[in-house]
Design a protein. Structure first.
Length: 313
């Protein structure tokens, strides 16, 4: 009997080893969004809690310097969908994130060991404390880890058009009480006035435990593009209130809650489109977060079959 148990444990061990040795990982995430209310010119539009299902599939290699991304709205996952591809690679004196998809672009990042700064696209500059700079230099600059880069730029992913990768952020900075961005400076041209340059100062404030409690992105003229305040945090669960103002055209107020151990992210949003006088209230809840070892970076039939077997709660 003892020999039989040993043999079973041996087979289980072989199976686990085979799974863990696969060169790629697929991440399947399903979010359910309920459109609660909508107002146009102060008149309520009855949407009867319209529901939309957003399915995301990410694939990355063991090094995590290459990521593919698929999105599916209210439909089954298929391997025929064309993904976006992100590759982080090292150049002579910088690293470059190549974004290949519907909106192709590159992000250039320079690291200054003496000043403990990271410069993006030769204009935006982030000042870090020693602990966080040293971590990012090792993880992002030397090892080309994309999830840690996303974690660093968490509040500014929209500025660099990589918002779609948010779901695979490592959330590493929330696990260390000594990782801090001290301040930052950014520049951007307005979308409807391409000759107008906004210059932004970003301030960060932390509590005694090293948790970010306040962030403000403000222009030299006093315009506020982003304000983030902590509402609560307990045992790895964080809740923030976030106000965004996109050139006074789209104004959003959201409440984000995420659990860094379970990789759960939920959000309540009120969005106001100024020109249309349209206000929308909706809530997004994460229903599935599941990872699969894979033999391929891109979706293949076996992975698609396995993913589509999962039932949404």
């Amino acid at each position: 009997m003892k020999n039989g148990i040993s043999f079973i444990l041996f087979l289980v061990g072989i199976h686990i080893l085979a799974q863990s040795s696969k060169p790629y990982t697929l991440v399947y995430i399903v979010n359910k969004t309920v459109d609660r209310e909508e107002y146009v010119a102060d008149e309520k539009v009855d949407k009867k809690d319209e529901v939309n299902i957003m399915k995301r599939v990410y694939g990355y290699n063991a090094k995590k310097d290459s990521v593919v991304y698929y999105s599916f709205y209210n439909s089954a996952v298929t391997e025929n969908e064309e993904p976006s591809l992100y590759i982080l690679e090292k150049k002579t004196d910088k690293i470059v994130l190549h974004c290949k998809g519907s909106d192709e672009s590159n992000m250039n990042l320079g690291f200054d060991n003496q000043g403990k700064t990271i410069t993006i696209n030769n204009k935006d500059i982030f000042y870090l404390n020693d602990a966080y700079y040293n971590y990012l230099h090792k993880s992002v600059y030397e090892n080309l880890n994309i999830p840690d880069l996303l974690d660093f730029l968490e509040d500014f992913l929209e500025d660099y058009n990589i918002e779609e990768l948010r779901c695979i952020s490592s959330l590493e900075k929330y696990k260390h009480n000594d990782f801090r961005v001290l301040k930052a400076y950014m520049e951007s041209y307005r979308s409807q006035a391409s000759d107008y340059l906004d210059k932004w100062n970003i301030q960060f404030d932390y509590d005694g435990k090293g948790v970010l409690k306040y962030l403000l992105k403000e222009s030299a003229e006093g315009d506020q593009a982003l304000e983030k305040k902590i509402l609560s945090h307990h045992q790895g669960v964080f809740r923030y209130a976030i106000h965004r103002n996109n050139e006074s055209r789209l104004i959003t107020d959201s409440e984000q809650t995420f659990d860094i151990s379970k990789k759960v992210f939920n959000e309540k949003i009120t969005a106001f489109q100024v020109g249309l006088g349209k206000e929308t209230n909706f809530e997004t809840k994460q229903k599935i977060y599941k990872t699969f070892p894979a033999d391929h970076l891109y979706l293949k039939s076996k992975g698609v079959l396995e993913i589509n077997k999962i039932k949404i709660k």
